[in-house]
Design a binder for this molecule. Structure first.
Ligand code: DSN
Length: 430
C-alpha cells in the first residue's frame, strides 16, 4: 500500500495522508480508545469490497451479486461468536453497525417503547455520551436517568444503581464505560436489571479485547444485549457489533430480541452495510482467536498497571487509586493545571493523551482529568520498562515543568526504536 496512484492524481491529499502517517509514527499514543490495526486489516479496508451495495442480511439481500458478501458476513459473525465463546444456538450477532453510537441507538429503538427510560452512567463518571447524555440523541429522544461513581472512591456504587433502578424502573440499564479504570461487576448489573424487569445492555467497547482474552469477566452470562466497537482493545477496523440473546422475547411484540435489533439496524437506521469494514472485522476476530492476542491483552494490563504505579510514585493522584484494565485517569486537581493545558503540554512533547471529565467536573471542555491508555503503545511493543519511562516524562512535563522540546527528543528516540514493523505507517511514502 504505497498510495502511488493518489500521489500522482491528488498530490494535496497524498501529502496530508503522508503527514498523518508520519505523525502516527512519531507520536506516543496514550489515547485509551485508539490502536494500530494490522497491515492485513488495512489491506482489506482498502480493497474493492467497498464497491458493492448489499442491503439486507446473508441469504436475504435487496441487491443482486452478493454471493461472496454473504460468505464474508457469515465468516465475520461466526468468528465474532467464537471470540467470545458463544454458541449460535443462544446468541445472535449483527456485524453491520457503522460504529458504537449508531449501534447503541439501534438497540434503544429496538428495545423501548415511547416514554421508556434508559439508565446509564454519567459522562463525568466515565460514561459514554451515547449512554443518555443530554447533548446527544440518546438523551433527547429517550428519558434518561444517569448514575455516577462515588465521589470519594471513584468506584461504582452498586446500591445507588439499584436504588435508582427501583425508583425509575428503566427499560434498559447500560453497563460499560469510556473512562472507568476498574472492573465492572456485570453479574450485579444483571441482577439489578432483572429485579426491575429491565434489559441489561453491556457496552464493552473499551474492554472487548480483554474480555475475549479472559482478562476481564464476561458480561454474556448476565446481559441480554452486548455491544462493542471493534477498534479499541480489539484492534480491528472502525465498526461495531451487537450480540443479542436469541431466546429472549421483546416485550409482548411477538418478535425475538435479535430479530428486533436486526430490523432496527437495517432498514431501521442504516442502509447498505460497509462491506470492506465487515471483512476487516472478520480479520480482526480471526486475529483475536490466535494465541498471540492473549499475550497482547495480558501485556496491556501489565503496562497499564506499571504506568499507574509509577505515576503514583511521583505523587500523581489517580481516580480510584489505580487501574484493573487498560486505562487510568490522573486527577489533576492537586496540581496547578487543568486537563486542557495538560493535554497541550504533553502534545508539544509528542505524547497524546486526552483530557477527560472526572467526578464533580462540570466543563467537558476543560475538565480536571487526563485519561491514559496502554493499548496502542503495547501494540508498538512497549513493555514495563518503557511504561516507567512514560511516567517519568509525564512527571517531568506536568510537575517539574521541563521544556517539552527536550522531552520530545527522548520520545522520538524511543519511538524510532519501537517502530511498528511491517506496517504501512512506518513506510517511507516517497
Ligand atoms: N471516543 C471514544 C473514547 O475515547 O472512549 C468512545 O467513543
Amino acid at each position: 500500500m504505497k498510495l502511488n496512484h493518489l500521489k500522482k492524481s491528488d498530490p494535496r491529499l497524498y501529502k496530508l495522508i503522508s503527514a498523518e502517517i508520519k505523525r502516527q509514527d512519531e507520536t506516543l499514543d496514550l489515547i485509551a480508545s485508539e490502536n494500530f490495526v494490522s497491515p492485513e486489516i488495512l489491506e482489506v479496508l482498502g480493497s474493492p469490497l467497498t464497491n458493492k451495495y448489499s442491503e439486507g442480511y446473508p441469504g436475504k439481500r435487496y441487491y443482486p451479486g452478493n454471493l461472496y458478501y454473504d460468505e464474508i458476513e457469515e465468516l465475520a459473525r461466526t468468528r465474532a461468536l467464537k471470540a467470545f465463546k458463544l454458541n449460535s444456538k443462544n446468541w445472535s450477532v449483527n456485524v453491520q453497525p457503522y460504529s458504537g453510537s449508531p449501534a447503541n441507538l439501534a438497540i434503544y429503538f429496538a428495545l423501548t417503547k415511547p416514554g421508556d427510560i434508559l439508565m446509564g452512567m454519567d459522562l463525568a463518571s466515565g460514561g459514554h455520551l451515547s449512554h443518555g447524555h443530554k447533548a446527544t440523541i440518546s438523551g433527547k429522544l429517550f428519558k434518561s436517568i444517569q448514575y455516577s461513581v462515588d465521589k470519594k472512591t471513584g468506584l461504582i456504587n452498586y446500591s445507588e444503581v439499584e436504588k435508582l433502578a427501583k425508583k425509575h424502573k428503566p427499560r434498559i440499564i447500560i453497563s460499560g464505560y469510556s473512562a472507568y479504570p476498574r472492573k465492572i461487576d456485570f453479574k450485579k448489573f444483571g441482577e439489578i436489571a432483572k429485579s426491575v424487569g429491565a434489559y441489561h445492555l453491556a457496552d464493552i467497547s473499551h474492554i472487548a479485547g480483554l474480555v475475549s482474552a479472559g482478562f476481564h469477566s464476561s458480561p454474556f452470562p448476565y446481559a441480554d444485549v452486548v455491544m462493542t466497537t471493534t477498534h479499541k482493545t480489539l484492534r480491528g477496523p472502525r465498526g461495531a457489533v451487537i450480540f443479542s440473546r436469541k431466546e429472549k422475547m421483546l416485550h409482548a411484540s411477538g418478535f425475538m430480541l435479535h430479530e428486533a435489533i436486526d430490523k432496527t439496524i437495517f432498514p431501521g437506521i442504516q442502509g447498505g452495510p460497509h462491506n470492506n469494514a465487515i471483512a476487516a472485522i472478520a480479520v480482526a476476530f480471526g486475529e483475536a482467536l490466535k494465541p498471540n492476542f492473549k499475550k497482547y491483552q495480558q501485556q496491556i494490563i501489565k503496562n497499564a498497571r506499571v504506568l499507574a504505579e509509577s505515576l503514583k510514585k511521583y505523587d500523581f493522584n489517580l481516580v480510584s487509586g489505580g487501574t484493573d484494565n487498560h486505562l487510568l485517569l490522573i486527577d489533576l486537581k492537586n496540581l496547578d493545571i487543568g486537563g486542557l493545558e495538560a493535554e497541550k503540554i504533553l502534545e508539544s512533547a509528542g505524547i497524546i493523551a486526552n483530557r477527560n471529565s472526572i467526578s464533580g467536573d462540570t466543563s467537558p471542555f476543560n475538565p480536571s482529568g487526563l485519561r491514559l491508555g496502554a493499548p496502542a503503545v503495547t501494540t508498538r511493543g512497549f513493555k514495563e520498562k518503557e511504561m516507567k519511562k512514560i511516567a517519568d516524562w509525564i512527571y517531568r512535563l506536568l510537575i517539574k515543568k521541563e521544556k517539552p522540546s527536550l522531552i520530545k527528543k527522548e520520545v522520538l528516540k524511543l519511538l524510532k526504536q519501537r517502530r511498528l514493523k511491517g506496517r504501512p505507517l512506518t513506510n517511507k511514502y516517497e
